[in-house]
Design a protein around this ligand. Structure first.
Ligand code: NAI
Length: 247
């Protein structure tokens, strides 16, 4: 489904990003693995090896996507290595959860910098090269960006901002053959959610009509659809992957 395509997946050494990268490679894409800190380099190299074993090409690029210049390095190195970029998945994200009354300015700024500004940074650098042959941009938002969530004013604001960014850029690039869509996962089993208590998890499952957490595969399959030619007339869309949670 993605033969000869080049995909950049930010924050792709674990969780949803890792699964998206591997799913794209299994479907014929060459993939750029992005990681933020040296402690993730081994994992990034390991994923590159897994992708090469699938017969595809991959490189790992270190870049903090919250930094405008580092995100430029990520995109410039992708072009230098592969000659183009067809698919950009803005997946990297962080949480700093607490109620507003306890939240520090730093908690707020850090989450906005990574989740919202980070996506802007990568799109800003990738858009011009993508104009040449079109492309697909996928922003990883969240159901809390649609419905809000107690204790996540920073995170929910960043994810709601991503939805506004998605729809705006879908309009700006519609005539240029660059599609811009968002995925809004619900409660997905990953390192991000494994830190939550059993009580929080069982409460969350109670609010999910399908009565289970989602898997990273559930999210990666929708990313594959949005990256591929199966979705050539889909832009500005936000697809929930949440077992019905935020209906
Ligand atoms: P995760 O915490 O397992 O993975 C996030 C990845 O992003 C990590 O590899 C991390 O190192 C990387 N990252 C963080 N800041 C970065 C930066 N400045 N530069 C480069 N990389 C950076 O999280 P998970 O669960 O895989 O989530 C992936 C995306 O999906 C995030 O945007 C998250 O907000 C979103 N999401 C996750 C949900 C879940 O239930 N797990 C639900 C809704 C949305």
């Amino acid at each position: 489904m993605l033969d000869n395509k080049v995909a950049v997946v930010t924050g792709s050494t674990r969780g949803i990003g890792e699964e998206v990268a591997l799913t794209f490679a299994k479907n014929g894409a060459n993939v750029v693995i992005n990681y933020r800190s040296d402690s993730s380099k081994l994992k990034a190299d390991n994923i590159v090896e897994q992708i090469e074993a699938l017969g595809q090409k991959a490189i790992a690029i270190k870049a903090n996507i919250a930094d405008f210049n580092e995100s430029k390095v990520l995109i410039d190195n992708t072009i230098a290595h592969f000659g183009k970029i067809d698919i950009l998945v803005n997946n990297a994200g962080i949480t700093r959860d607490t109620l507003l009354l306890r939240m520090t300015e730093e908690d707020f700024d850090q989450v906005i910098e990574v989740n919202l500004k980070g996506a802007f940074n990568c799109i800003k650098h990738a858009a011009r090269p993508m104009l040449k042959s079109g492309g697909s941009i996928i922003n990883m938002t969240s159901v809390v960006g649609i419905s809000g969530n107690t204790g996540q004013v920073n995170y929910a604001a960043s994810k709601a901002g991503l939805i506004g960014m998605t729809k705006t850029l879908a309009r700006e690039f519609a005539k240029k053959n660059i599609r811009v869509n968002a995925i809004a996962p619900g409660f997905i089993e990953s390192d991000m959610t494994s830190a939550l208590s059993e009580q929080v998890v069982s409460q969350a499952i109670g609010n999910i009509p399908m009565n289970r957490l989602g898997s990273v595969k559930d999210v990666a399959n929708v990313a594959l659809f949005l990256a591929s030619d199966l979705s050539t007339y889909v832009t500005g869309e936000v697809i929930r992957v949440d077992g019905g949670m935020a209906m």
